[in-house]
Design a protein around this ligand. Structure first.
Ligand code: LLP
Length: 416
């Protein structure tokens, strides 16, 4: 799906965004149930030849309980990276037996909670983590299901902050070390080897690096099988990119084709951990123009959303389409606008150099904001976080209320 598909004539599905702004205010994240489910179905359909394949939605992309509930009901599992994400999945009614737990810094209490919940697999990222998990499982009288996250040393060709598969990254263990660790784990009664995994990066637009990573993991899986250490599943992580502007993002089927060809007739259950490709283009951020400011060098449209609501432009120089949804009454002249928020930083921008005819009070939609939007938001500048609304046909539902000022100070204690 492309960014603009979500929005038709100022509507998401059959609901006018103007009505959402009137009812819930701005800034507000708005998601389409139909688009979320269509994205999930595209993954399912592309895996039709592997009916036991598990799609573990990467909670970090957007952890709202309503979205997790929707995906759980559709049959998805979940990729989590913290005890907090586990709590979210459980609160949403997700099945712990479909949860994989990634992350380089799992704390013992998080491991313990995941063991107690009975997750499908720990995606272990270092020797120390493996030893810690083994000792903890032994102490608790449990067997921990493990997979080693292998770092295949592959350049995924994406933004350096979200490339994870190079030897220089903090993620995973090199293939040679993985082999040693699997041998060690296979002797440990408190561990049960279930899989092998990798995740080479995010917003991948070329299927080739992921397919190459799959081949390297398969070679290791074959080697382990030959040594009598059988592997049940192959988890190839997330990473499939989406179209934000004019990128030719592969379809799920095109992305998976070379991977499925490499797996061929092996009896391995496949697991994927997509985040962005499930939610990115199923959501937008609705914001209102607070005022226009025509400076000596640039024209600014100051809107009520900011870098605390959507960090991606400030953090990665990411492009999000920005479109005018509803015009206020005032006639306006087109200018090349800097679309900026109220936060006190020059880096607080949502878009540069956008040709738009704007007036105070206009409603704007910042597209492709369903992934890593709300989940990366903060309270910087003591700004309450945005509301979230899920649209379904003609209906809309508030799935997270706007924060209040009381929420902002609720966890703090003054000195007197
Ligand atoms: N699995 C693991 C182990 C991951 O680290 C990630 C993302 C995913 C799955 C999901 O990847 P996806 O399918 O969404 O590409 N904040 C950045 C993206 C960070 C991605 C981190 N890991 C952004 O806004 O672009």
């Amino acid at each position: 799906m492309t960014p603009h598909q979500l929005l038709r004539d100022g509507h998401i599905e059959a609901v006018p965004l103007a009505e959402i702004a009137r009812l819930y205010g701005t800034p507000t994240y708005v998601y389409s149930r139909a688009a979320l489910l269509a994205n999930y179905s595209a993954w399912r359909a592309a895996l039709a030849s592997h009916p036991d394949a598990l799609i573990c939605y990467a909670v970090k992309a957007n952890g709202n309980l309503a979205l997790l509930d929707l995906f759980a009901r559709a049959g998805a599992g979940f990729d989590i990276v913290s005890g907090g994400e586990l709590a979210r999945v459980l609160a949403a009614g997700g099945d712990p037996a479909k949860v994989v737990f990634s992350g380089v810094g799992k704390r013992e209490e998080e491991m313990e909670a995941a063991l107690a919940a009975g997750i499908l697999c720990f995606n272990v990222e270092s020797a120390d983590e493996l030893f810690t998990l083994s000792a903890l499982a032994k102490k608790l009288g449990r067997r921990a299901p493990v997979s080693l996250r292998v770092n295949p040393d592959i350049d995924a060709g994406t933004h350096p902050y979200i490339a994870t598969g190079l030897a220089s990254a903090k993620f995973g263990v090199p293939v040679a070390e993985a082999l040693e660790l699997y041998r060690w784990a296979s002797q440990e009664p408190s561990l049960r080897i279930v899989g092998i995994d990798c995740h080479i990066g995010s917003q991948l637009l070329d299927p080739a690096p992921a397919a190459e990573a799959a081949k390297r993991l398969l070679a290791l899986a074959d080697r382990l099988t030959a040594e009598g250490i059988p592997i049940e599943h192959l988890d190839l992580g997330g990473g499939l990119g989406i179209c934000y502007r004019d990128e030719a993002a592969p379809t799920v089927a095109d992305y998976l084709a070379p991977i499925l060809a490499a797996v061929s007739a092996r009896k391995l259950r496949l697991i994927f951990e997509p985040g962005r490709s499930l939610v990115g283009n199923a959501g937008l951020l609705l914001t209102r123009v607070l005022r226009l400011k025509h400076g000596p060098v640039k024209h600014f449209a100051i809107v009520d959303a900011a870098m605390n609501d959507l960090a991606r432009p400030a953090l990665y120089d990411a492009w999000h389409e920005i479109v005018k949804v509803v015009s206020s009454e005032a006639p306006s002249e087109a200018h090349r606008y800097e679309i900026v928020g109220p936060v006190c930083e020059t880096g607080d921008f949502l878009g540069h150099d956008r040709l738009l005819a704007l007036a105070k009070g206009d409603l704007l939609a910042i597209l492709s904001a369903g992934a890593y939007g709300m989940s990366m938001s903060s309270n910087y500048n003591a700004r309450p976080r945005a509301a979230e609304v899920l649209v379904d046909g003609h209906t809309h539902r508030l799935i997270r209320r706007r924060e209040t000022f009381a929420d902002l100070i609720a966890a703090e204690t003054g000195l007197s």
